[in-house]
Design a protein around this ligand. Structure first.
Ligand SMILES: [Zn+2]
Length: 257
C-alpha cells in the first residue's frame, strides 16, 4: 500500500478565497454552506489538519462583484498585514482605475503575491484588456493569477510581456499544458486549484509534457485534503511532488514565504 511521503517543507496553497460577512459574499443555493464551507476559520482548520503553512487569498466578493473590488482589496490588505499565514492577491478590474492604483502600492508588500484577475465573473474580455493588464504587471515584475479565459491566446501575451509571470488557474485541459509549453520565455504556469484535479491523469499528463516546475498547488476552497492527497499520493516522483506543493511557490515568490 502507498505510504504518505514525508516532505521537507510545508505545502503552500497559492489560490483560494473566503467569505467574511460582506453583502457580496459567495452564495450558492444549489451547493449550500453546509457541504461547501467558505468561511475563513473552516478553511484554516483544513490547512492546520494537513500542515499547509500559507495561503494566497482574495475574497469571494472581490472576484465576483466589480462594484466592491477596491473596498475588498483594502479590507484584505489590512487583514493580511496582521495575519502571518495569509498572503494576498490584489484584485484588478481593468475598467476601474482605482484598482490599478491600489495594486501599484500593495505590490510593494512581501505579503502580496501579485495580481488576481477574473475576466469571466467581472464580465470583460481578456483579449480587450490583456495588453493593459499584462503591461502593467510587466512594469512591476508582478505575477498574475488569472481565471482561465482564451487560454490559447495567452502565450502571445506572455511573449509580449516576458517580465510578467502568468499563472493560468484550474489545470484541467490540454490547452493549459499547451500554453505552458508555448510560452517562449517560460513565463506561464498553471495551478491545481478547483475540481478538475480529479481527472485521473491530468496532473501526470501535464508533468509528462512540461515537467513539474510550472505547476503550483492550489485549492480554490475545495477540500484541502483532496487536493493535497491528489498530489502527495500520486505516482509522481518525490521531487515533482515537492515542486508542486512548495518549491515552485518559493521560487516564484521568494520574498513571500
Ligand atoms: Zn479562484
Amino acid at each position: 500500500m502507498v505510504q504518505m511521503p514525508v516532505f521537507s517543507y510545508a505545502p503552500v496553497d497559492i489560490h483560494s478565497h473566503f467569505n467574511h460577512g460582506s453583502p457580496f459574499d459567495e452564495v450558492n443555493s444549489a451547493i449550500p454552506e453546509e457541504i461547501h464551507n467558505h468561511q475563513l476559520d473552516f478553511i484554516k482548520a483544513g490547512y492546520d489538519h494537513i500542515g499547509v503553512s500559507h495561503a494566497g487569498l482574495s475574497t469571494y466578493a472581490a472576484v465576483e462583484h466589480p462594484e466592491c473590488v477596491a473596498e475588498e482589496n483594502r479590507y484584505l490588505y489590512d487583514l493580511v498585514q496582521r495575519t502571518d499565514w495569509m498572503r494576498q492577491w490584489v484584485v484588478i478590474d481593468p475598467r476601474i482605475p482605482e484598482t490599478y492604483r491600489q495594486a501599484k502600492g500593495m505590490l510593494a508588500s512581501d505579503r502580496v503575491l501579485g495580481i488576481k484577475i477574473h475576466p469571466d465573473l467581472h464580465g470583460y474580455s481578456i483579449l480587450e484588456h490583456g495588453d493593459a493588464l499584462f503591461s502593467f504587471a510587466a512594469a512591476h515584475k508582478a505575477v498574475v493569477l488569472m481565471h482561465p479565459q482564451h487560454i490559447e491566446k495567452m502565450p502571445s501575451f506572455a511573449d509580449r510581456y516576458p517580465e510578467m509571470q502568468l499563472i493560468i488557474a484550474h489545470l484541467g485541459s490540454t490547452a493549459h499544458v499547451d500554453a505552458v509549453e508555448r510560452a517562449r520565455y517560460g513565463n506561464i504556469y498553471v495551478d491545481t486549484s478547483g475540481g478538475a484535479s480529479n481527472l485521473n491523469n491530468v496532473l501526470e499528463y501535464a508533468v509528462s509534457r512540461v515537467g513539474s516546475e510550472k505547476i503550483l498547488f492550489g485549492t480554490d476552497t475545495y477540500s484541502c485534503a483532496f487536493q493535497f492527497g491528489r498530489i502527495a499520493l500520486s505516482a509522481l516522483s518525490e521531487q515533482d511532488k515537492e515542486n508542486i506543493l512548495y518549491r515552485n511557490a518559493m521560487r516564484l515568490f521568494p520574498a513571500a514565504f
